[in-house]
Design a binder for this molecule. Structure first.
Ligand code: 9D3
Length: 229
């Protein structure tokens, strides 16, 4: 799968993908990430990409022409990409949306905005707007990286099979059960004896109960959406 990112800060997109699962997916050719510098499509001597809001107000707004020119340039060289604008007003990213995006071949074009927002007419140039949650970022870059990582994990060959099935189960809406490894006692806190019992049926039921109770306490919204308990 190809990821093409339109951004004013292409240098941000290196280190987050230089280790772990992302680095392996890149090295194995399962994904490619190309950045496209929006500044190259800026207007005039100063390569301007922003301007003051019509009607007044604070902050600057991204002008539509540079964004449109960048989108057109990427589309000309890479037809068929699903075009996504990262904005606080978009569809909120969830595992189910990541799974849909992972099926968009040949890949995604991710447009990261800066300033107080983009000119409203930019929305007409994309297929979908996505937000990563209800908090304020300084631009779309980190959101684009979150999308890239969440989607890459779901591509065939990136994770082992079991891990992929586990992600499916998160998609269906419960928090994880508590996990333990050695030592048996850590600073006075012991591993629940049932996990040392060897009774796998009992362990399975205990884990399910723990996951359900934890979800009820911490994320009841997940159970309302998907009442499996
Ligand atoms: C001054 C009004 N701001 C709303 C609180 C507008 C605003 C515009 C642009 C706030 C943040 C941004 C930059 N954020 C993004 O581009 C962004 C984002 C985010 O801030 N949160 C979650 N997901 C995303 S996706 C893109």
């Amino acid at each position: 799968m190809q990821f093409h990112v339109i951004t004013l800060f292409p240098e941000m997109f290196t280190s987050p993908f230089s280790g772990g699962i992302m680095a392996r997916a890149l090295n194995n050719g399962l994904v490619t990430i190309q950045t496209h510098n929006l500044r190259e499509h800026g207007l005039g001597r100063y390569r301007q990409v922003d301007d003051e809001p019509y009607g007044g107000g604070s902050g600057m707004v991204m002008r539509p022409e540079p964004v449109a020119a960048a989108i057109d340039a990427v589309t000309a060289r890479h037809p068929g990409l699903w075009r996504v604008l990262l904005t606080p007003q978009g569809d909120v990213l969830r595992q189910s949306l990541a799974a849909e995006l992972a099926r968009r071949e040949p890949g995604l074009m991710l447009v990261a905005g800066r300033y107080e927002g983009v000119d409203e007419r930019v929305r007409e140039l994309v297929d979908q707007e996505i937000s990563i949650g209800d908090f304020v970022l300084s631009g779309g870059e980190l959101a684009a990286m979150v999308v890239i990582e969440a989607v890459t994990r779901l591509l065939p060959g990136v994770l082992g099979n079991q891990a992929s099935l586990d992600e499916e189960s998160f998609g269906s809406g419960m928090l994880e059960y508590p996990q333990y490894t050695r030592p048996e006692v850590f600073r006075g806190s012991a591993v629940p004896p049932i996990l040392l019992s060897g009774d796998h049926e009992k362990i399975r039921r205990w884990r399910r109960e723990q996951a359900l109770e934890r979800t009820r306490r911490r994320r009841p919204d997940l159970l309302v959406k998907n009442p499996r308990g």
